[in-house]
Design a protein. Structure first.
Lengths: 146, 412
């Protein structure tokens, strides 16, 4: 795979800007996600309202450019959405990576996150891109069962 | 010993001539596994084409041949590490299984409440996790020897951690992350004076230097075949006969028995007591061929080539801004493994970028999470050489590394 397709401006911008990388004082839903084989380790913080909306989101932790950018782009996307909508987006993202959904129109809802479409051609980096989305799903699942 | 011609030697290794991303492979991940010379591959093929049978049973020609090949490999390993007897050589799947065998068999029998097991902070998970299990089960304690600023250890720390309560000292002779070669013989002498036994993880040392179990006075030595030109799935446990004799079997089943009654069993003599089930004859044959090949090259040549490459790579890395090296910066007691980080760049991105230039290196925690935590490094990149690597390959690696920061959006 061409490195230009992987380390795009958008991905580098998100991995370096850190605008979503911080603690949220009123976070009420905190979930850690970890790739034991490579050391990516993020903690996703959500502020969920009583009516099921994700009012705010952020993350902390360490990882490669791909995992950091994927987390940051995901946060931009899910802020203001309901938990159901966020979960649906996570499913679409994971289906995109597995090449189960390839139609660009269907993927449009992912907005900037569509930039990771090509990562499915790089098996060694897939887990970097999906870490935050799995963490989000886990987080919502736990919140709902509480 | 033959004269050393690296270009000639490289012709023996088919994989080294493979193309990766349109470029010639530069394989610098030898601490993970090495490539195999045709001599080893041919030995395995020859075994299956001419001798394949289940050893240790049946009186037919092939069964006897397979047994002879398998036992011949055991004798070859015995000579290689200078053990007294083939009764002391147990074939396992790899070094990890050998360490588990010692932990479950010796550890569960001889570790009691309050006893201490001592390892180095730089151990591979395979030399940590089995001991955690043993100390939890037995209410014993796992203690760590820490390192100096220069990634070496001093005997004072050793003498603080190894006490009269210490029953087992288990350590890698060479760190798979730092490249440090530890003074195992001195540590063994001290541990023995305190009444502890000494287990040496030779996974990173046995492929690269002459390891003599009698000279080290190791009670156990473990290593893997695939890190020394042999196939995957074959490893070795050496143990002093006096210990192996009194240890209970690890895995039960066929081949490791003497008499089996409905409710009880007596076990086979060493070494078969520890080799349940049909053994890995292919692996043993391949390992024997690997030892033949290594000894034909000669450890003197192997070490000279590796030292030259490592010194050169260290020198080139030290010239690069943004590079931090985790491990000794000079060549004293140091093997051919260099871990490093590139400021602002995650090792995983480094690995992906240099891979597009054909360079294979390792990124991550190298199965040594406690060490990474101790070093305050979530992950590092690692290059590791074998005798078939060249200076030109070091240059290609450095060139590709110098491009990484640009790809990741930094000015230089």
């Amino acid at each position: 795979m061409d490195l230009n397709q992987l380390y795009t401006e958008l991905i580098l911008e998100h991995s370096q800007s850190g605008h979503n990388k911080k603690h949220l004082e009123d976070a009420n839903c905190i979930e850690r996600g970890h790739n034991p084989s490579c050391g990516d380790d993020i903690t996703l913080e959500l502020v969920c309202t009583d009516d099921g909306k994700i009012k705010d989101a952020s993350f902390t932790g360490v990882g490669c450019a791909i995992s950091q950018a994927s987390t940051s782009i995901m946060i931009d996307l899910i802020k203001g959405k309901t938990k159901e909508e966020a979960e649906k987006l996570a499913d679409i993202f994971l289906s995109m990576i597995k090449k189960e959904i390839t139609d660009d129109e269907e993927l449009e809802v992912l907005e900037d996150a569509i930039v990771f479409k090509n990562i499915s051609n790089m098996p060694a980096r897939v887990k970097c891109a999906v870490l935050s989305w799995h963490t989000l799903k886990e987080s919502i699942k736990k919140k709902d069962s509480r | 010993m033959i004269s050393f011609d690296v270009e000639r030697i490289r012709e023996d290794f088919p994989t080294l001539n493979e193309k990766v991303n349109g470029r010639t492979l530069v394989y610098l991940d030898n601490a993970a596994t090495t490539h195999k010379p045709k001599y080893v591959l041919d030995a395995i093929k020859d075994y299956y084409e001419r001798f394949n049978a289940n050893p240790n049973r049946g009186a037919h020609y092939l069964g006897v041949s397979a047994t002879e090949l398998y036992e011949g490999a055991r004798e070859r390993v015995r000579q290689f590490i200078n053990a007294r007897s083939t009764r002391e050589i147990i074939f396992t799947r790899n070094a990890t299984e050998a360490l588990n065998l010692i932990a479950y068999s010796y550890g569960l029998k001889y570790i009691d409440e309050g006893d201490e097991i001592v390892v180095l902070i730089s151990e591979h998970h395979s030399n940590i996790v089995p001991w955690q299990k043993i100390v939890q089960t037995k209410k014993a304690k796992l203690k760590y020897i820490y390192l100096n600023e220069d990634f070496r250890l001093d005997m004072e720390e050793v003498s603080i951690k190894i006490t009269d309560k210490t029953k087992i000292v288990s350590l890698a002779q060479m760190s798979n992350v730092l490249g440090t070669i530890y003074p195992v013989k001195k540590i063994a002498e001290y541990a023995h004076s305190k009444g502890a036994i000494v287990i040496v993880d030779g996974a990173q040392s046995v492929p690269h230097m002459k390891v003599d179990v009698l000279d080290l006075d190791a009670d156990f030595l473990v290593f893997s075949g695939h890190k020394m030109l042999g196939p995957m799935g074959i490893g070795v446990l050496y143990g002093k006969e006096e210990f192996l004799e009194k240890m209970p079997p690890f895995l039960m089943g066929g081949d490791m028995i003497e008499y089996v009654e409905e409710q009880s069993t007596t076990f086979a003599e060493l070494p078969r007591k520890f080799e349940a089930g049909t053994p890995n004859v292919e692996g043993a044959v391949g390992l024997k061929a690997a030892i033949d090949y290594i000894e034909k090259i000669g450890f003197e040549n192997i070490q000279r080539q590796e030292e030259e490459l490592t010194a050169y790579a260290l020198e080139r890395l030290k010239e690069m801004p943004y590079v931090k090296i985790y491990g000794p910066l000079d060549m004293e007691d140091r093997g051919a493994v260099i871990s490093f980080s590139l400021e602002g760049c995650h090792p995983h991105d480094v690995a992906t970028i240099v891979d597009t230039y054909g360079v294979a290196l390792r990124a991550g925690h190298h199965c040594a999470q406690p060490l990474m935590k101790y070093l305050k490094a979530p992950a590092t990149s690692r290059v590791s050489f074998y005798f078939y690597n060249t200076k030109e390959e070091v240059d290609i690696f450095i060139d590709s590394l110098s491009k990484v920061r640009k790809w990741l959006g930094y000015g230089s």
